[in-house]
Every structure is written in C-alpha cells, then in structure tokens.
Design a protein around this ligand. Structure first.
Ligand code: NAD
Length: 263
C-alpha cells in the first residue's frame, strides 16, 4: 500500500534501488524465484509471489497460489496483486518445470504440459500484467530461460525447445513493447544449486556420480547459486539496466561461453 508520502506498508519495502516499485515473481516459492523475491524485497520493492505451491514464504512477501497454466487464475491473481500493491512495475517469469529425453522419449502430452508452463505461463502472466506495466514509469519483464536454449544439450529436447522458445519470445516482446517503455530481457542460468537439482540427483541411479558429472562440466568447478541468478535478474529488472532490453544474460559458470573440454 502506498501512503501519502510515497512510503509503503505490508509487503512493500521502503529503501533501496527498488523503493516504490511493485514486483511479481512466478515460481517464487523456491530456488531462483525465492532468491529473486527476497533480493527485490531487500532492495525496497513490494513483492508478490505467484506459485502453484507457495509454501514457507517469508512474511513480507505477498503469496498467491496460482498455476500459470490456468489463464483465468493468472488474470485474477495479477489483478489482485495490482490492487494490493497499487500497480505492477516488474514481472519475473520464472516458473518452470523440467523434462529429460530425446524427441523419441516424450509423448505429445508431455510436450503440451511443459510448453504450457515454461512458455505459455510467461505469455499468460505478461499478457495479464501489460496494462499495469504500461502505466508504470519503470516497467521491466525478466524471463528465466536456460543455458540449454543456446547450446546443444543432450537428452533435453523438450526442455531446451521450451526455453529456446522463451528466449525468442523475450526478443519479440522486447521489440513489441520498447516504444511503450517496457524493457524485456532474460537470464540463462547454468546448472543452479536449487531444489530442482536436488530432485534431479534424487532420481539419478548414482547421485554421487551424477553430481560429479554436473560439476565436471562447469568451467568454474562449482554449481551456480540461486543468489547469483537472482542478482542478474535484479540487475535486468532494475534502474541500472535502463538501456538494456532484448538481451539474454548468461549466469552459467562459463558453460556456454568458454567451451572448455569437460574435466
Ligand atoms: P525450483 O523447482 O526450485 O522452483 C520452481 C518453482 O516454480 C517452484 O516453487 C514451483 O512450485 C513453481 N512452479 C512450477 N510449475 C509451476 C506452475 N505451473 N505454476 C506456478 N508455479 C509453478 O526450480 P529452480 O531451479 O529455482 O528453477 C526456476 C527456473 O529456473 C525454472 O524456470 C527453471 O527452468 C530455470 N532454470 C533452472 C536451472 C537449475 O539448474 N536449477 C537451470 C536453468 C534454468
């Protein structure tokens, strides 16, 4: 809520570079999204988290249970966020699910399911938020893509296609809305140490060997942290990136850019 002096109460912070700004983060209850929601709030933004499972969220964050595959639910949640926070300046489309396999492995049903979350989820949330972004003097959208959108990653056909499409959508939206003062960018995380990777390792036949393999392909020798990706999202969403639009920022430990042989 914005008071007469411009300060804010409830889920809104009051100091820092995001003071007075209102942010919406999808998939903000875990991993990269949670780190992003916390960072934006710490730096002064009012933050709403949209997640299909908004568990254990720290108090100052406004939490809404919504599945990004549900268009009516997304529209209602976005309007509720705008009404509660007094508008929306920043949208972080971060909700995503994974898939493994080649084109022979995933049935059509699974393609529809993953694209529905990873691509159409961002479409629905952005579409619902656009009227509010147009009313903002500082409008920014940041999409969480992946390094697999820009490099051939074996056994990730469906997931890579979903993130490649999200990357292309980022560029198209940046072009469509630049004249309206809305910036659109994305981050391409490498393998990030979040519950996502924990689940991946849990499912592996040999979790220790799988973790070693993940680390082995990282030029930095370690996994990316959620906070490092959040910092990049914060940069792209923030005033310092006022001239940055239509770009993809790799936060991947050098996995794409350095092309070093695997250790
Ligand atoms: P995570 O599993 O820790 O968090 C994902 C969050 O998204 C969860 O809170 C989950 O409830 C939510 N979510 C999933 N489907 C949803 C839906 N349909 N509607 C609403 N919320 C939904 O994963 P993470 O590692 O933090 O991943 C966040 C994003 O980063 C994803 O888009 C993922 O593709 C991307 N990414 C992750 C990595 C990695 O290695 N962790 C690498 C590259 C890209």
């Amino acid at each position: 809520m914005t008071a007469a002096d411009g300060s804010v109460a409830g889920p809104t912070g009051t100091a820092g570079e995001f003071a007075g700004l209102r942010a919406l983060v999808t998939g903000g209850a875990s991993g990269i999204g949670l780190a992003t929601a916390r960072l934006l709030h710490r730096r002064g933004a009012a933050v709403a988290v949209l997640d299909r499972d908004p568990r254990d969220l720290p108090e100052p964050l406004l939490a809404l249970r919504v599945d990004v595959t549900d268009d009516a639910g997304v529209r209602a949640a976005v309007e509720s966020v705008a009404a509660t926070l007094g508008g929306i300046d920043i949208v972080v489309n971060n909700a995503g699910i994974g898939a493994v396999g080649t084109v022979e492995d995933n049935p059509d049903e699974q393609w529809h399911q993953v694209l529905d979350v990873n691509l159409l989820g961002a479409v629905r949330v952005t579409r619902a938020a656009l009227p509010h972004l147009r009313a903002s003097a500082h409008a920014a959208v940041v999409n969480t893509c992946s390094f697999v959108a820009t490099v051939g990653a074996p056994g990730r056909a469906l997931y890579a296609a979903s993130k490649g499409a999200l990357l292309a959508l980022t560029l198209a939206m940046a072009a469509d809305h630049v004249a309206e003062g809305i910036r659109v960018n994305c981050v391409n995380p490498g393998t990030a140490d979040t519950p996502w990777v924990g689940r991946l390792l849990d499912r592996a036949a040999d979790p220790v060997a799988e973790r070693a393999a993940l680390l082995g392909r990282q030029p930095t020798g370690r996994l990316v942290t959620a906070d490092e990706v959040a910092a990049a999202i914060g940069y792209l969403a923030g005033p310092a990136a006022g001239s940055v639009t239509g770009t993809a920022l790799a936060v991947d430990g050098g996995i794409v850019g350095l092309r070093l042989p695997a250790r």
